[in-house]
Design a protein around this ligand. Structure first.
Ligand SMILES: O=C(O)[C@H](O)COP(=O)(O)O
Length: 200
């Protein structure tokens, strides 16, 4: 496998993913399928060296990371938990059925809430709001590890990771509209020293 110094993984399927409900900050665990996805992701990355792992305060991400650690034998890898990596808040939509909300508000509005950069769901966070907490945390706590040549694993959420890859790949608000992050499909980054310096 090629060298990589940063791996991003979205948690395994959650109970609400299975039920097609908006999750956001609701602390919902992963399903049996989610556990299998985590084991599969672990097998894909187990040959990598990981020095430190970061995850959110939410159980679906932590549980996914625990399974990865068990399968890879990485129980001793230090884990840093921070709410800055939490999923975006879906506000008033949390717990609601995505299909019913689409029926009520229309596909275009729901798509803007789910995928646009700056349209926030009612009472929740836009991707821009999420970006504005994820990226300062990345710069302050994760980037220094990478700059010290540590190999980093981040297990987080669809939208906190969309914010992060927008930053890492210098994507515009128009480009991020198209990006979907699948559950437990590892994203590998090999960031050169020069690139890391420019991310500071
Ligand atoms: O919070 C949620 O509902 C999901 O984790 C991500 O949802 P999305 O695909 O609507 O962004």
């Amino acid at each position: 496998m090629e060298h990589t110094n940063l791996i991003l993984i979205r948690h395994g399927q959650s109970e609400y993913n299975l039920e097609n409900r908006f999750t956001g900050w609701q602390d919902i665990d992963i399903t049996k399928t989610g556990k299998q996805e985590a084991r599969k992701a672990a097998l894909e990355i187990k040959d990598q060296r990981i020095d430190i792992a970061f995850t959110s305060k939410l159980i679906r991400a932590q549980h996914t990371l625990q399974i990865i650690q068990e399968v890879c034998g990485w129980q001793d890898v230090p884990v840093v938990i921070n709410k800055a990596l939490n999923e975006r808040s879906y506000g008033a939509l949390e717990g609601k059925d995505k299909a019913e909300i689409t029926k009520e508000f229309g596909e275009k509005q729901v798509w803007l809430w789910r995928r646009s950069f700056d349209v926030a769901p009612p009472g929740g966070e836009s991707l821009k709001d999420t970006y504005n907490r994820v990226i300062p945390y990345f710069k302050q706590s994760i980037l220094p590890c990478l700059l010290q040549s540590q190999e980093v694993l981040i297990v987080a959420h669809g939208n906190s990771l969309r914010a992060l890859l927008m930053f890492l790949e210098s994507l515009s608000p128009a480009q991020i509209l198209q990006r979907e992050i699948e559950t437990c499909v590892p994203l590998f980054y090999d960031l050169s020293e020069d690139r890391l310096q420019r991310l500071k």
